[in-house]
Design a protein around this ligand. Sequence first.
Ligand SMILES: *Cc1c(COP(=O)(O)O)cnc(C)c1O
Length: 349
Amino acid sequence: MLNRFIDLYSDTKTKPTPAMRQFMANAEVGDEQKDEDPTVLRLVEKVCGLLGKEAAVFLPSGTMCNEIAIAVHCRPGDEVFCDRTAHIVTSEAGGPAALAGVMMHPIDGARGMYTAAQLAGAIRVESRYNPRSRLAVVEQTSNFGGGSVWPIAQIADVAAVARARKLALHMDGARLLNATIASGVSARRYAEPFDTAWIDFTKGLGAPVGAMLAGPKDHIQEAWRLKQRLGGAMRQAGIIAAAGLYALDHHVERLAEDHDNARHLARGLAEIDGIDVDPDLVETNIVFFDVVAPGWSAGELVAKLKLEGVGLGAFGPSRIRAVTHLDVARADVDRALSVIRAVLAGRLH
Ligand SMILES: *Cc1c(COP(=O)(O)O)cnc(C)c1O
């Protein structure tokens, strides 16, 4: 029997379910950039409620949410603080420099999370020589930190330092709802200290397109100007906003299954010779592990596993990432484990 490809590369690999597609097909639509799309307006209202913000703007991607937010908060030459592993540093093609003209000030946090003391130590004094320290960014959950969840107390401490030093605060909430499901802390509470925050519909939520940036009315008004400038303003966008609405109604609680599957995967990996992983570090749907078997690099193992029907990501000489999601069932995790075990044992070639 031919096995289906098990794609653990990312939770972006989810495909819209038949029910989601049906909901999208039936969506009422209008001209989004004229505020005439009723489905987009419903999604805006829903996300404002979810995050406890005054206003929100629907954007094609989370990357655009980050890039627009940074440009709204900062002037060219300003300095932005974040963890060294943050998506805005590693994965947005230099956007903060190219689009907002800002300087990034990466902090060496632990598992993607820096402390209030580290932030306080990094912020510069007001001086004609210094860049203007302007914005602190928190990524909840931290992707390259291994899906780690920023504790609410650590966020509060970071926010207190930022406020005392007159910094603005932005949350990259690509996987905020994973944090919420894992911790029981509401999205609104996590978002509360931040001026701007966004969620992605295309990660664990399983929608094909879209993210939404929320914040104060004046910030979102300026965000709209940048959205228009970048060509992110859309037309009958309700067809994709519908997927976001559907996901918020049907795909949030089930994130717990992804977290359970990720822990199951990590525990299984820990029992395989040649793999190094600490299952206790797995808090949500992301598992980082190292291949330490002699003769294997991460790239080679990932390439081999792809041929055997298991997709993973190589993120360093020995580091590999696996992400669980809507299209990965418990049985898929078990099969991935047995394929990895067999490949490393030399039983598949
Ligand atoms: C995926 C991701 C983004 C970007 O979102 P896209 O919708 O893919 O542009 C930003 N931040 C984090 C932490 C992410 O994982």
